[in-house]
Design a protein around this ligand. Structure first.
Ligand SMILES: Cc1cc2nc3c(=O)[nH]c(=O)nc-3n(C[C@H](O)[C@H](O)[C@H](O)COP(=O)(O)O)c2cc1C
Length: 138
């Protein structure tokens, strides 16, 4: 079953920008093999990742990612089935985001920005709304 998992986590101090490069390299290398697509948004403090693919593959990957020392406090925001992929062309699309400078994509309204902040703080759990806001980054 085609499924989607969204989580947020706290970036560890040891997770330098160089480590982010490594994460993206292994994501692109591995995710293609197991037919997983998605996006990874990161700031200096946080990660937000959307994983889409077969349920079993998603859970196995999530279990592996959770153990990664480059982040902590991993919190799943949503897990459910989807009819189609939201990010079909991204083995792992990525964007660096900054919450304070609000250098968001220009298509973000003030309402979107507030929404996004509440997603990153773990308060938002309405998955379609979460995805709609994340899509504006791509
Ligand atoms: C925030 C975050 C997101 C990650 N996302 C992925 C991912 O989508 N796919 C992946 O294979 N590894 C991901 N990783 C890395 C895995 O935890 C693990 O290091 C990697 O899969 C090992 O790959 P390798 O065995 O090819 O070296 C992520 C790690 C972090 C911290």
């Amino acid at each position: 079953m085609l499924s989607q998992l969204v989580y947020i986590s706290v970036r560890s101090a040891e997770c330098t920008d160089q480590e982010i490069e490594k994460i993206l390299e292994s994501s692109i290398r591995n995710n293609g093999k197991i037919d997983i697509t998605g996006v990874l948004l990161y700031s200096d403090q946080k990660f937000l990742q959307v994983l889409e693919g077969k349920y079993k593959q998603i859970i196995e990957l999530y279990d592996k990612i959770k153990e990664d020392k480059r982040h902590k406090n991993v919190v799943m925001l949503s897990l459910g089935s989807i009819k189609e992929r939201n990010f079909p062309s991204w083995q792992m699309g990525s964007k660096k985001i900054s919450l304070n400078d609000v250098d968001f994509n220009t298509r973000m309204t003030d309402e979107d920005k507030l929404e996004f902040k509440s997603i990153l703080s773990g308060k938002k759990e309405q998955s379609q709304k979460v995805i709609d806001v994340i899509k504006k980054f791509f």
